[in-house]
Design a protein around this ligand. Structure first.
Ligand code: ADP
Length: 246
């Protein structure tokens, strides 16, 4: 989606703050994330991106403020009770299992019948552009890029409303990164799900996102479309950051 005007917020943050002892990792954030948008949180290391993501995913509770999902407060709702799924940077695939078994794992947990599971796994493999012949292949025999696709397919098998991506492309070489950026963008369009993506690379954010939130030292210093951020950086920090893209 490129137009967010008519959609409703799925996640809302009001005065969300997170402190660790005396340190404010995230400072009073107010933010609406819209249904179906590709929202990227971008900022340098230590700016609070991961902490914000962990609160949205339910791995940390805010110290202050409220997070709502479809209008209901979810501050303390654990990750497994949220319609969200985190695609781990480290992939966290089951190394002893095949591609198919990894992808089917969420369906197996839900008691879905084996034949239905296999059909769905093959559908998901097609969506993430993995050849059907990989179904029985051990994940450890797959390349880094292929494992990334398996992790994505498994995340989609949970059928979450929101997918979180924690720097999924950071350890991937430039050429493959460009391919995967396009595929993630296509995947977002095809699934219609809300994608929340974190990265320290503004270039990555610019290419894929409907909107970008720029973080610095725990604060959300600007929220806007890539075009808005590029043409009208909110302050010198964002301007310098945007300058790095050129
Ligand atoms: P980013 O993802 O942008 O690199 P983080 O959210 O990981 O930033 O960290 C923001 C700040 O909060 C950093 O100063 C970090 O050291 C601190 N921080 C994050 N998690 C914890 C924690 N569990 N305990 C103490 N400090 C933390």
């Amino acid at each position: 989606m490129t137009e967010t005007r008519d959609s409703k917020p799925i996640l809302q943050l009001v005065g969300v703050r997170k402190t660790f002892n005396d340190l404010a990792a995230v400072e009073k954030i107010d933010l609406d994330i819209m249904e179906g948008e590709f929202f990227t949180i971008v900022g340098p290391s230590g700016s609070g991106k991961t902490t914000l993501l962990r609160m949205l995913a339910g791995m940390e509770a805010p110290s202050e403020g409220n997070i709502t999902l479809h209008g209901a407060r979810i501050n303390d709702l654990p990750p497994n009770r949220r319609p969200t799924c985190l695609v781990f940077q480290s992939l966290a695939l089951f190394p002893h299992m095949s591609v198919g078994q990894n992808i089917e794992f969420p369906l197996k947990m839900r008691g879905v019948d084996a034949a239905v599971r296999k059909a769905r796994a093959l559908e998901l493999m097609a969506i993430v552009r993995l050849p059907a012949s990989y179904y029985g292949k051990n994940v450890m025999k797959c390349s880094g890029g292929e494992r990334q696709r398996v992790a994505l397919a498994r995340a989609l098998a949970y059928d979450p409303e929101v997918l979180f991506f924690d720097e999924p492309l950071s350890a991937i070489d430039y050429k493959l990164k460009k391919v995967l950026e396009k595929e993630l963008k296509d995947l977002h369009r095809e699934t219609g799900k809300t994608f929340i993506y974190i990265t320290h690379s503004l270039e990555e954010a610019m290419v894929m996102s409907d909107r970008i939130g720029v973080m610095r030292a725990g604060r959300l210093v600007q929220v806007g479309t890539p075009e808005e951020i590029y043409t009208a950086p909110a302050d010198r920090f964002v301007g310098e950051f945007v300058g790095e893209v050129n």
